[in-house]
Structure formats: structure tokens, C-alpha cells
Design a protein around this ligand. Structure first.
Ligand code: ADP
Ligand code: GLC
Length: 488
């Protein structure tokens, strides 16, 4: 099976969140199952050409692409995803991609991803490589299918190609003012009330992706059920309801060659479920480097997250007066909205000896916090899948999560499962999106922490879990087959 996989971020080249982890690892898992996969992404200025051995593709040459009434010149660079034979194709257009950040608030943000979509189509044409599936991810790729049907409708090469559109986060839909339609240079009229790219008077890239794909998926079963409700649908629930029979949830896998405490090269001390002393050494290392006192009986609670409303930091802020009185230490890594960054910086300032905060992006520190912490906190308002809680299970770092989306599907509450007579819990969770539920759950976890035997059991239950791609990649292949069948 030939698969073109399109994503606006791919690990290790450019990453702001979990989409990059998925785009950097699922294609490799698919290749291992016998698929031929080519990945496509923009060639951002930030990508290190030498380090990742990018080479210019003379075969493809110059591509002239119409966007917003201009003809833009684009080229292709190629490389191979590390530890695989998967080809990665970088669409190069300095006018759009040489910016300070991967995503921007610039007025031509829509144009940047219109160019990506058209660039992928032009590249496939020049390669003469006909994919069985084009797997699009998130709003940045939402118009690709429409371009194939409209601007490139003359080219029969895609006649048998089927489309899968994966929603990684319904909170980001690619909504723009009406003049985006002009910028896209589509021939047909798709923008009218209720039309395929119209949502509440805006142009919506994600809506097109949802409506034109054979199959739609999202990154956990619970989230697939949630996004068709008004509470979680972010205005897209009615659109999704029209495609309910074609909507599936597949939990993300993780790459254990990168996230495994037994082999992780980014942490100072490696360990396993039989050697948890190594984990304690990482805790000591982190605390010493953060100039915080080390006491093995004081739990260290880690947070590694984009600091945005999605992640539940408003209930955290409401609970903070109580949380800081608990005998715990905190290791916090992330960046995002000022109000949350300030909250954590203030917490550090006012609680000497208790809190370490790093505002910014730091992959090595993300690994160290996973390894060093006793607990990982993810109180998300919504969470399509979430990867950090899955990493933390493997690192013996007991997750406390709100029971939503992928968090509900991957973390089993210790006490809830005890109620079934089973000692199979892997963490702690709460239902209500409230500061009270958050606080009492942290407190409940802390009480359990002092019962060393039970805590070890919870850690080992989590460490024994396997969320590698093996199973989920097979589920994707089944979806691809369904999409191909539908197309025919
Ligand atoms: P989301 O994609 O919504 O941000 P996920 O849990 O799926 O949430 O994925 C987040 C990914 O980004 C994880 O790999 C996590 O380690 C990483 N990450 C988040 N914030 C930072 C940061 N400040 N520094 C380094 N890595 C981060
Ligand atoms: C999104 C979601 C996150 C998910 C990731 C990868 O960024 O917020 O929950 O794990 O995509 O699918």
C-alpha cells in the first residue's frame, strides 16, 4: 500500500506538540508493516539541513504555485526519517516558511498552508507516484483534497486515491476571513452558508477535510465520541454528525526507541521496573540541579505541557492555594499563554525550595522530568489523546489525569479498579472539571504515595503497559482499506 502522509510538523525536524511525535513515528511503523510511505511537510527555516542530511531534489526542480494572485516559487528537499527508509519531503518556499516560528499570527497564515497543500500535489505529480491513500492531519492539510478535486481535477492520476483525515485537535480548525477563498484560487464556489468550507461566516479548512475525506479519524475512541457533542465539538459537532458513520478513534502509539527509561540517552540514569533506584537517582539529579532539597519521601509532581486553556490550567490556578500547602515539590516545563507562564513563575518565586519552573521548549528536560518525577499531572479540559501520560506510564511516573479523551482511555484509576477487586490501576483520575476534583485527586494520590508497596504496584502496572505503534498502525491500515473500498 502506498501512503502519502502530510503533516505541518514532524519529529525530529519541527515540533510544537504531539502531532510531531505521531508524524515522526506512525509512518515508520507503517513501513515495518510493509507499506511504502512518503511524508510531506514544509521546509521551515528552523530545520537544520546538515544535521538531518537534507538534499535538494533536482529531479523535481522548480514548482510554480499560485497563491493569493501571486505565482510562488517552491522547491523540494528530501531526507530519510531516522532509523528507517521512510522518505521525507520538505516543501521549500522561503517566502512563507522562513519565519521566526512554525506557526504564526501573520496575515498570510492561510496562504502558508494553501501552498503546502498545492506543493504536495505538484510534487506527487512530478514524482509520478500515485498513492493509494493520502493521509492528511489537522487543519493545515484540510484543503488538500478540495484542491485535488477542483484545481487539479483535470489530472486523472488521483482517481483511485482515497483520503483519510485525522483530527488531532478540534480546537484548532483553521478559520479565516472570506478573502481566504480568493487566496486559495479555487475554481468552484464552495463558500456559501452551509457550504463545504463555510462555518459561521468563516472559511474553515478543517471542515473541508472532514467533508471530502472518505474516512475521518481522531486519536482516541473516547475523543471520537466526545467531539460529536456540543460540549467538546467546538462548533464542529454538527458537521461531524453528518459523517458519524465514517468517524473512528485510534489511540496514538508511542515510539519506545525514544521514550523508554531503560535506553533513554537523554536521562543521566537509566532504569527499569526491576531497578527503580535508578529513577530515584534521576530525581536527586534534577533537584540538585534545580537547587531544591532532595527528600525521597516528598513526592515530586511534574508538568510538561503547552500552557494553554486546553490543558486545564485554569482549574489548577483555582486550586493553587490548596495545592501549595501539600508537602510536595513541583517540576514544571512548558510555554504558552502569559497568564499561565506567570502563574508558574509566581509559584516558584513564592515557594522557595518547592518549585522548579522552566518556561520554554526543552526536549532533554522533558525526558528528565518524566524520569525524575513521582507523579505527572495532566488536568486537561479536553485531550484528544495526550502522549505525556503514556510516556509517564513507561517511566514509572504515576499519572494524575482528568478523565477525558485519550487520558480516559490510557490511565486507569487505582481506587476505581480496586472497586472491581482488581489491582490493575495505573494512575489517578477525576471526572468533574473543577478545582475541587483536581485538588482532592492530587491529595488522594499523595496519600497513596506514602504506602510504598501500593505505589510500587501502581508504577509497575503502568510500566508493563504497551502503547507501541504495533497495534494502532494495524488499525490505521484497516482504516486505509476501508477508505480505498469506499473510494471504489
Ligand atoms: P499536545 O500535542 O496537545 O501538546 P501531547 O501530550 O500529545 O499534547 O504531546 C506533547 C508533546 O510535546 C510531548 O512529546 C511532550 O513531551 C512535548 N512537549 C510539550 N511541551 C514541551 C516543552 N515545553 N518542552 C519540550 N517538550 C514539550
Ligand atoms: C494534539 C492533541 C493531543 C494529541 C496530539 C497527537 O496536539 O492535543 O492530545 O496527543 O495532538 O495526536
Amino acid at each position: 500500500m502506498k501512503i502519502a502522509f502530510v503533516s505541518s510538523e514532524v519529529e525530529p525536524y519541527a515540533k510544537t506538540g504531539g502531532l510531531a511525535d505521531v508524524a515522526g513515528s506512525l509512518p515508520i511503523a507503517l513501513e515495518k508493516l510493509g507499506c511504502e510511505v512518503k511524508v510531506f511537510m514544509p521546509k521551515y527555516f528552523q530545520i537544520n539541513e546538515d544535521k538531518y542530511e537534507l538534499h535538494f531534489s533536482w529531479d523535481i526542480g522548480e514548482m510554480l504555485i499560485g497563491v493569493a494572485g501571486h505565482t510562488r516559487s517552491a522547491h523540494l528537499h528530501q531526507a530519510t526519517l531516522p532509523n528507517s527508509n521512510v522518505q521525507i519531503n520538505f516543501i521549500d518556499c522561503p517566502h512563507y516558511y522562513h519565519r521566526g516560528h512554525i506557526y504564526t499570527n501573520d496575515r498570510d497564515e492561510d496562504e502558508r498552508f494553501i501552498l503546502l497543500c498545492k506543493g504536495v500535489i505538484e510534487t506527487l505529480q512530478r514524482m509520478k507516484w500515485v498513492p493509494d491513500i493520502i493521509h492528511c492531519n489537522d487543519w493545515q492539510t484540510g484543503l488538500l483534497l478540495l484542491f485535488i478535486k477542483d484545481n487539479y481535477g483535470w489530472d486523472r492520476m488521483f482517481d483511485k486515491t482515497a483520503f483519510l483525515f485525522t483530527i488531532h485537535n478540534i480546537g484548532y480548525q483553521g478559520r479565516f476571513p472570506k478573502d481566504t477563498m480568493f487566496k486559495a484560487e479555487l475554481k468552484g464556489d464552495y463558500f456559501y452558508p452551509g457550504g463545504p468550507v463555510e462555518l459561521d461566516g468563516t472559511v474553515c479548512f478543517m471542515k473541508a477535510g472532514i467533508l471530502f475525506s472518505e474516512i475521518i479519524s481522531t486519536v482516541s475512541k473516547t475523543y471520537a465520541n466526545e467531539i460529536i457533542t456540543p460540549e467538546y465539538g467546538a462548533g464542529m459537532n454538527n458537521v461531524l454528525l453528518t459523517r458519524k458513520n465514517d468517524l473512528y478513534g485510534i489511540i496514538n502509539g508511542v515510539d519506545y526507541s525514544i521514550w523508554n527509561p531503560e535506553t533513554d540517552k537523554l536521562i543521566p540514569f537509566r532504569y527499569s521496573s526491576n531497578y527503580l533506584t535508578g529513577k530515584l537517582k534521576n530525581k536527586k539529579f534534577l533537584l540538585e540541579h534545580a537547587n531544591l532539597p532532595f527528600d525521597e519521601n516528598v513526592p515530586l509532581i511534574g508538568i510538561v505541557s503547552r500552557m494553554v486553556t486546553q490543558k486545564g490550567f485554569d482549574i489548577f490556578a483555582d486550586a493553587i492555594g490548596n495545592l501549595v500547602n501539600l508537602p510536595a515539590q513541583w517540576a514544571i516545563l512548558g510555554s504558552g499563554e502569559d497568564r499561565f507562564e506567570d502563574l508558574f513563575l509566581n509559584m516558584t518565586h513564592h515557594l522557595p525550595g518547592k518549585v522548579f519552573t522552566y518556561i520554554g521548549y526543552n526536549n532533554e528536560l522533558a525526558h528528565l522530568i518524566e524520569a525524575a518525577s513521582d507523579i505527572l499531572l495532566m488536568p486537561s479540559r479536553y485531550e484528544p489523546c495526550g502522549l505525556n501520560q503514556i510516556y509517564s506510564l513507561k517511566y514509572g511516573t504515576v499519572p494524575i489525569v482528568r478523565k477525558t479523551g485519550g487520558l480516559a482511555d490510557t490511565v486507569h484509576d487505582w481506587h476505581e479498579y480496586l472497586g472491581n477487586g482488581e489491582e490493575t490501576g495505573t494512575g489517578f483520575s477525576f471526572n468533574d472539571y473543577s478545582s475541587y476534583a483536581l485538588y482532592t485527586t492530587v491529595e488522594r494520590a499523595m496519600r497513596t504515595f506514602y504506602d510504598k508497596e501500593t505505589w510500587r504496584k501502581i508504577q509497575r502496572n503502568g510500566m508493563a503497559k504497551n502503547y507501541s505503534w504495533d497495534k494502532s498502525a494495524k488499525e490505521y491500515i484497516e482504516l486505509y482499506k476501508k477508505a480505498i473500498e469506499k473510494r471504489r
